[in-house]
Design a protein around this ligand. Structure first.
Ligand code: PLP
Length: 385
């Protein structure tokens, strides 16, 4: 029997060393920045963790026997992508996988294609891997933030080895279509690129006419040049448990990928595995209810923001992140402006465009409403109304 989850419950996170909440500890600023949600995990996850905790011994831990089969079955069921258990590489985080992906192909000084705007850690990948970043502009195509594929075609360099993709896109919230991915895949094949695709937000598709398509499932050739990164962390709100995985179909690439992290990237912790197994075994219904709740939050937010003079928000196809255009306000420091109003947002500058702010709407509706009211009042005061 499915339990109805009450996502309206306001949970107290102060005093839990939450990265999101600690930033504004002791202030009246609502934290709506870093990408975790304020929702308690599915009861099945909490129960599995309690059970594991009660054992009391937390030594080095192998991947649970069933885990790979659960992932294979889930990816087949949700995305119609047929993968093999041996293609999976478990990681403590998606960001580690991005770095390993950039380091396992080519050599020092090669170029890494990086979307811009993009989730901040993507921007450090090339430099920390001793590579050169080549920024691919993102364009707004009829309200959807997508890679400029024409630009890639015209500007790709002979030493470009890896393309970092983010699908669904953070911060733009777009879900790439089959046509867009097919064109990207053809470019990757023509220019001998490995595509390292961060698909961590894939279970959070809000738009009914969009489906998540892992780029690697388009055909066998692109599969062989792909590294797909996924995790339960965004969907099931387990980011603090550090557990993610890569799907790397090609055996040679997989060997190189693993080697790039060997001795540096730590083991996955026991509770990360426990939570992931419970999420993938029992979490589908919770995930469905979460998406319904986020859709309503998204609808509310898009409507409200677009009625505030000077703010603009395009439709959001996926994620719980809103990429809000505040350029009309002409602010020097939009983050401070909204903090003064009592709302803690991520500055667009961190993602590559200071005309925007990013707002996390993965929270109870009451908190979202309060944030919107504060933003409306601040902007209204700013215009002198
Ligand atoms: C697109 C994207 N990739 C990766 C991450 C972080 O992944 P991890 O914490 O597993 O390194 C985030 C978190 O916000 C994200 O939005």
């Amino acid at each position: 029997m499915n339990t109805s989850i009450n996502f309206d419950t306001e949970s107290e996170r102060t005093g839990t060393s939450s990265t999101k909440w600690d930033r504004y500890r002791g202030t009246d600023i609502l934290p709506m920045w870093v990408a975790d949600t304020d929702f308690v995990v599915a009861p099945e996850i909490a129960n599995a963790m309690r059970q594991r905790l009660s054992h009391g011994i937390f030594g080095y831990t192998n991947k649970p026997d069933k885990l790979n089969e659960l992932v294979v079955e889930r990816i087949r069921r949700l995305y119609q992508w047929n993968i093999e258990p041996q293609w999976l590489v478990w990681l403590p985080g998606v960001v580690s996988g991005l770095h390993m992906g950039a380091r396992c192909v080519g050599s020092s000084g090669d170029s890494v294609l990086v979307p811009s705007v993009i989730y901040t850690p993507f921007k450090a990948v090339a430099e920390l891997s001793d590579r050169k970043a080549q920024n691919i502009p993102m364009i707004n195509s009829e309200g959807r933030w997508v890679l400029d594929l024409d630009w890639i075609e015209a500007n790709i360099k002979a030493d470009s080895r890896v393309l970092l993709l983010c699908n669904p896109q953070n911060p733009g919230g777009s879900v790439y279509t089959r046509a867009e991915l097919s064109r990207l895949a053809e470019l990757a094949k023509a220019h001998d690129l490995i595509v390292c695709s961060d698909e961590v937000h894939c279970d959070l598709i809000l738009e009914p006419d969009r489906t998540h398509i892992p780029v690697a499932m388009l055909d066998e050739q692109i599969a062989r040049r792909s590294i797909t990164l996924m995790a339960p962390s965004k969907t099931f709100n387990t980011a603090g448990l550090s557990c993610a995985f890569a799907v790397v179909p090609d055996a040679g690439l997989r060997r190189r990928f693993k080697k790039a992290g060997q001795g540096i990237v730590p083991y996955i912790n026991v509770f990360g595995y426990t939570a992931t197994q419970a999420a993938y075994e029992f979490g589908d219904d919770w995930n469905r209810q979460l998406v319904e709740y986020l859709k309503a939050n998204r609808d509310y937010l898009v409507h409200e923001i677009n009625t505030i003079r000077g703010l603009r928000l395009d439709p959001i196809e996926a994620t719980y992140l809103a990429w809000i255009d505040v350029s009309e306000l002409g602010l020097d420091d939009p983050k401070s402006f909204f903090e003064k109003a009592g709302v803690g947002l991520s500055p667009g500058r961190d993602f590559g465009d200071d005309r925007f702010v990013r707002m996390n709407f993965g929270c109870p509706r009451s908190r979202l409403r309060e944030a919107v009211i504060r933003m409306r009042v601040a902007v209204s005061d700013y215009w002198g109304n």
